[in-house]
Design a protein around this ligand. Structure first.
Ligand SMILES: *Cc1c(COP(=O)(O)O)cnc(C)c1O
Length: 451
C-alpha cells in the first residue's frame, strides 16, 4: 500500500508516512486506495483488541513483516488497565458509551501513541537513524506522546504546550516522567501558537532533514489508522440489526478522532452518522452548519483538549470532499491561510451532524448524565450529550477519564473523581522548560539538546 499527500506530490510507503508525519509539501498523508473490509468483518467478530488491530493494520503497514507488526501491536496495548481495552458500557436502551480512557495517560490518545512509539522504535532499529519528535499539545496529546515514547532508544521528544492552559494533572503527566529523552516546553501563548510554530519548523526542510523531525500530532496517519480500530471494535460488538442505525458521537477538536471513524466508511463499513461535538470553540460546528470555515479567537474552556480553532485533520476530509483533487485542496488551504476563512458553496457532506456545548452547559451536562444514567463523564465527553436524542441509537466516545479534570467537579459541588495512577504522579519531581514561542528559539533549543 502506498500513501499520498492531500496536496499531491509523490507517494510513500507506510514507514515513510509514519516517520515523516507531515508530507514535505505541507499536506497530510492518506492511503492511496482502500481495502474492502466487508468480506473480513464476520471473521473478525470474536477477535480481542490487539488482534483486530493487527488484522486491520495488515492492509496498510505492508512494508512491515507480520512478526514486527504483531510485536508492535501487542506491546502497545499491554499497559491498558481494562481487559477489553475499549469496553462498551450500556447507558440506556439506545445509548452506549465506548470507554477510551483505560490507557496509561487516561485519554483516548494512548490508543494511537502507544502504538506509534513502538513503530518509531522499530524504524530506528531498522535504519539506525535517530528521531526527533516534535509536537504541540493542548494537554492530552503531549501526555500520551510522552508516555508512548518514554525512554525509547534513539528518540528525543519535544512537546510545546500553552503555559497555564492545560490542567495541572495533564501538566504533571508531561513533566513528572524522570525520562532523559523528554523535553516538555511551556510557551507563553495558545495551543494554536504552539501548533503554528511546530508547523513552521516542519516547513523548514533543511532543519527537518538535519534532525530527522517527526510529528506526533494527529497529522500522523498512523495515529488516525490506530483510532479507526476502536470504531471497528465497537461496531463489531453491536447487534447486527443495530449497526447501520447507530451513530457515533465524538468529542472533537482537531478532527482526528472523528475522521478516523469516518475512514471506515470508505472501506465498506456502514455507519449511519458521525456527530461532531465541540466545546465553545466551535469552528467545526459553524462549518457543518453554514459551510464557512473561519478562524476565531481560541476561548479557553472546561474541555481544554478541544480548545483549538484550526482543525488540521479537516484537510483530510476536504480532500475527499473535493473528489481527490490535490490542486483544489492546495487552493482552498492557501486562501484559508491568507484570509483566515473560506466559504464553501453547497457544503454538503452527508453522514455528519454537529453540536457545540458552551462552558455554561458542560457542568449541567455532566450532572444530567450522572443523574439520568448514573455515569460520570469528563468535560470533553459531556459535550457529546448536548441535544442528543434519547430515541436514537448512539455510541458515545468517552475520550478521557474524569479524574484528569478535578476542578470541574469541585466547582459543580460534586464528588471529585480520583485515579490511583494520577495520584502517584504527585510525589514525583516536575521538570519543564520555558522557551519563547518563535521558530528560531525553538529551533536552537532542539539543536542544543540533540547534539
Ligand atoms: C484530543 C482530545 C479530544 C479531541 O480529539 P481530536 O482528535 O483532536 O478531535 C477530545 N477529548 C479529549 C479528552 C482529547 O484528549
Amino acid at each position: 500500500m502506498r500513501f499520498r499527500s492531500t496536496r499531491g506530490g509523490e507517494t510513500v510507503s507506510f514507514s515513510e508516512a509514519v516517520s515523516q508525519g507531515l508530507a514535505p509539501d505541507g499536506g497530510l498523508y492518506l492511503p492511496q486506495e482502500f481495502p474492502d473490509l466487508k468480506s473480513h468483518l464476520d471473521q473478525w467478530i470474536g477477535l480481542d483488541y490487539p488482534c483486530l488491530c493487527r488484522e486491520f493494520f495488515r492492509f496498510f503497514a505492508t512494508d512491515l513483516s507480520s512478526e514486527d507488526l504483531e510485536n508492535c501491536v501487542h506491546s502497545a496495548y499491554v499497559n491498558f488497565s481494562n481487559q477489553h481495552t475499549a469496553p462498551m458500557i450500556d447507558l440506556s436502551k439506545n445509548w452506549k458509551c465506548l470507554e477510551l480512557f483505560h490507557g496509561p495517560t487516561l485519554a483516548f490518545k494512548d490508543f494511537a501513541l502507544q502504538l506509534l512509539g513502538n513503530l518509531y522504535e522499530l524504524q530506528i532499529e531498522r535504519e539506525g537513524k535517530h528521531l526527533c519528535v516534535l509536537g504541540a499539545t493542548s494537554g492530552d496529546t503531549g501526555a500520551a506522546a510522552i508516555s508512548g515514547l518514554l525512554g525509547k532508544k534513539g528518540v528525543k521528544v519535544f512537546i510545546l504546550y500553552p503555559k497555564g492552559k492545560v490542567s495541572p494533572l495533564q501538566e504533571m503527566q508531561m513533566t513528572c516522567t524522570d525520562a532523559g529523552n523528554v523535553f516538555p516546553i511551556a510557551i507563553d501563548g495558545t495551543f494554536d501558537d504552539a501548533q503554528r510554530t511546530v508547523k513552521e519548523l516542519f516547513a523548514d526542510l533543511e532543519f527537518r532533514a538535519e534532525v530527522h523531525l517527526s510529528a506526533v500530532n494527529s497529522i500522523n496517519l498512523a495515529r488516525i489508522l490506530a483510532q479507526s480500530v476502536y470504531y471497528l471494535y465497537a461496531w463489531l460488538r453491536l447487534p447486527v440489526d443495530e449497526r447501520e442505525v447507530t451513530s457515533f458521537v465524538v468529542p472533537t477538536g482537531n478532527f482526528g478522532n472523528v475522521f478516523a471513524g469516518w475512514l471506515l466508511t470508505k472501506m465498506g463499513v456502514k455507519i449511519s452518522e458521525f456527530r461532531v461535538a465541540t466545546n465553545q470553540n466551535d469552528v467545526l460546528h459553524r462549518l457543518f452548519n453554514s459551510g464557512e470555515y473561519s478562524l476565531d479567537e481560541v476561548k479557553p474552556s472546561l474541555a481544554p483538549s478541544m480548545d483549538i480553532q484550526i482543525a488540521s485533520n479537516f484537510e483530510r476530509l476536504l480532500f475527499y470532499f473535493l473528489n481527490g483533487d490535490a490542486s483544489k485542496v492546495n487552493e482552498v488551504m492557501r486562501i484559508f491561510r491568507e484570509n483566515g476563512r473560506y466559504c464553501f458553496e453547497n457544503f454538503d457532506i452527508s453522514g455528519f451532524s454537529s453540536v457545540s456545548a458552551s462552558d455554561g452547559e458542560i457542568p449541567n451536562l455532566i450532572q444530567m448524565v450522572k443523574r439520568e444514567y448514573d455515569y460520570l463523564v469528563d468535560p470533553h465527553t459531556a459535550c457529546a450529550f448536548k441535544d442528543l436524542d434519547p430515541e436514537k441509537r448512539a455510541v458515545i466516545l468517552a475520550t478521557a477519564h474524569p479524574a484528569k479534570f478535578p476542578a470541574v467537579y469541585r466547582e459543580a459541588g460534586m464528588e471529585i473523581p480520583v485515579s490511583t495512577s494520577l495520584e502517584k504522579l504527585k510525589d514525583r519531581e516536575s521538570r519543564s522548560y520555558e522557551v519563547q514561542v518563535d521558530t528560531s528559539s525553538i529551533r536552537s533549543f532542539i539543536l542544543d539538546r540533540i547534539s
